[in-house]
Ligand binder design. Sequence first.
Ligand SMILES: [Zn+2]
Ligand SMILES: [Zn+2]
Length: 100
Amino acid sequence: MPPIRHRPRVHRWREDTSQGEAWCYQVRCECGTEFGEYYAERLAETERAEHRMAVAPPREQRCRDPKRHRMQSWDRCCVCADQLPLPGMEDPAALAGNPR
Ligand SMILES: [Zn+2]
Ligand SMILES: [Zn+2]
């Protein structure tokens, strides 16, 4: 099963209130998480940012090249996560400690 890609977006619509019509904002994401409805876009944007942080994998599993891999920077990228250090990028201390 492929991992869920979180693409939280802020949706807005007009809603009748006692004060008249107002814009309503709510985050929606493919994962089905329930988000609050707000009259302030800023609050919805905050929830969106929080959701990204909440679902982000450990830093070393995140995509290091989102453009090329068509990922978002908070996605777990199987290409990047499984990647070994490039030749020449190994810890230099480990190499230096073993002269032959
Ligand atoms: Zn999500
Ligand atoms: Zn990647």
